[in-house]
Design a binder for this molecule. Structure first.
Ligand SMILES: *Cc1c(COP(=O)(O)O)cnc(C)c1O
Length: 443
């Protein structure tokens, strides 16, 4: 059959579009997307990759399997709780429900009894103040970086932000906090040395040009050995002497101390020690949606809320709803993974190992997301051949294992227990695929 004959046999776009099954799927995918899928598959037939009679079934299958979002759910088998590449914190059940509630029209800026406009984020504010009574007021913005930008812009303007050289942090993917602060016009006044900064270093840097004092928790690295820093309470005395505000960026965001993370600073302690404003991320240890939270003195929070930047950095209603539900709701998946019962974790790991005929090895979990860098969370993993990793990642459900020293490690710390069976099935499928690729599968 000649090329022209083949072309004539390829079903036409209008006929395909009218197919009853495609009509049924049209609510989920728009016509533009469906047309592009049709065109792509027709092109495959025109180039001879596909037989004309396979065009219609191929299109129906492609449209039926295409999800509205290209984001795919992943089972996190790395043991890293706040995994930045997997969207940091997985939301609690109540936060997921809150997202759906907020998806339609909601009273995000409306007082329904009076019919008057109300302050955006009132629910989140109340939830944060209940969870952190030592704060006079609270404001949530788009993320931690936005909170820091807002705080330093409002408090320093184009004046100086005084900060220790040991706290000039790069938070990831090339983004550096000092550059972020300077991008809004404030000037950095670095004091001390990388490993040691003393009160006197801050003192001699302060004067007319000082806008605020900033202390940043070096959340994603550790400097050990000959080190010293200046505590929040010491900085408080200095701030009082010079009548300048003190901002403390804690990064990961424990609202109150957690015994599993004894050296991780928390908001309540920083406020008690004298910070005027404390900044934390909402999607690290707090376990909520992407957000940045400012807690502290009422007068300063009010100035931030009024600043034009606050409008550019404001949270959307979906994240507001999820954050409120996170702060006032049940134990989050992040907290659950952090406090996973070792006995239960071991039992589940052994059950998986048995189901897939592989061995259990000791494996430490991590907080991740640039939090608690030195903290190991002892646990276990099922060890698979390294070749299983790719099949796991591309399987259904997608599973992200840890590849380490020639092995593929499956850690159950961050897997919800309900998913254990799906995980076992995914591992079995990946092992079968890896075995076939090596030529050891089947006979
Ligand atoms: C993570 C982090 C930030 C940035 O917060 P995002 O929510 O990622 O924008 C800022 N400061 C510190 C110390 C951090 O750890």
């Amino acid at each position: 059959m000649g090329k022209d004959d083949t072309r004539r046999l390829i079903p036409r776009t209008d006929r395909l579009l009218a197919h009853p099954e495609l009509q049924g799927l049209r609510g989920r995918l728009g016509e533009t997307v469906i047309r592009s899928i049709i065109q792509e598959i027709q092109d495959q037939a025109r180039s001879g990759e596909l037989a004309p009679e396979d065009v219609e079934p191929e299109i129906l299958a492609a449209v039926a399997s295409r999800e509205a979002t290209s984001l795919r759910p992943v089972l996190n088998a790395t043991g890293v709780i706040v995994h930045t590449n997997l969207g940091r914190a997985p939301l609690s059940k109540s936060a997921r429900e809150a997202l759906l509630t907020a998806a339609g029209y909601v009273d995000v800026e409306m007082d329904l009894p009076s019919g008057m406009r109300s302050r955006r984020g009132a629910g989140v504010r109340q939830a944060l103040l209940r969870a952190c009574p030592s704060a006079e007021d609270a404001l949530a913005v788009n993320n931690g970086a936005a909170a820091l930008l807002l705080a330093t812009s409002v408090l320093a303007g184009t004046r100086e932000v005084v900060i220790s050289r040991g706290e000039l942090v790069e938070i990831g993917a090339g983004f550096r906090l000092p550059e972020l602060i300077e991008s809004a016009g404030a000037r950095l006044r670095e004091v001390g040395a990388t490993n040691r900064t003393h009160v006197g270093d801050y003192k001699s840097a302060m004067g007319e040009q000082t806008g605020c004092l900033l202390k940043v928790h070096p959340s994603n690295f550790q400097i050990t050995g000959f080190t010293s820093g200046v505590s929040v309470s010491e900085l408080r005395s200095l701030a009082d002497e010079h009548h300048v505000p003190l901002v403390v960026d804690l990064g990961s965001g424990l609202l109150s101390p957690d015994p599993v993370l004894p050296v991780e600073p928390d908001v309540a302690s920083a406020l008690t020690a004298g910070a005027d404003v404390v900044i934390v991320s909402g999607d690290k240890l707090l376990g909520g949606p992407q957000s940045g939270i400012l807690l502290g003195r009422a007068e300063i929070i009010a100035r931030m809320a009024r600043h034009p930047l606050a409008r550019a950095l404001r949270m959307d209603k979906l994240a507001l709803a999820a954050l409120e539900a996170t702060v006032s709701g049940e134990v989050t998946p992040v907290t659950a993974a952090l406090h996973a019962d070792p006995g239960r974790l071991r039992e589940r790991t052994e059950a998986l190992a048995e189901a897939v005929a592989c061995v259990v090895v000791e494996h430490d979990g991590r907080v991740g997301g640039g939090g608690a860098p030195g903290v190991l969370l002892p646990g276990w993993a099922v060890r698979l051949p390294e070749s299983a990793a790719r099949s796991l990642r591309t399987g259904s459900p997608a599973v992200l294992p840890r590849v380490h020293r020639g092995a593929c490690l499956v850690d159950l710390r961050c897997i919800p227990e309900d998913d254990d069976e799906r995980l076992a099935a995914a591992v079995r499928a990946a092992l079968a695929q890896a075995g076939e690729a090596l030529g050891t599968g089947g006979s």
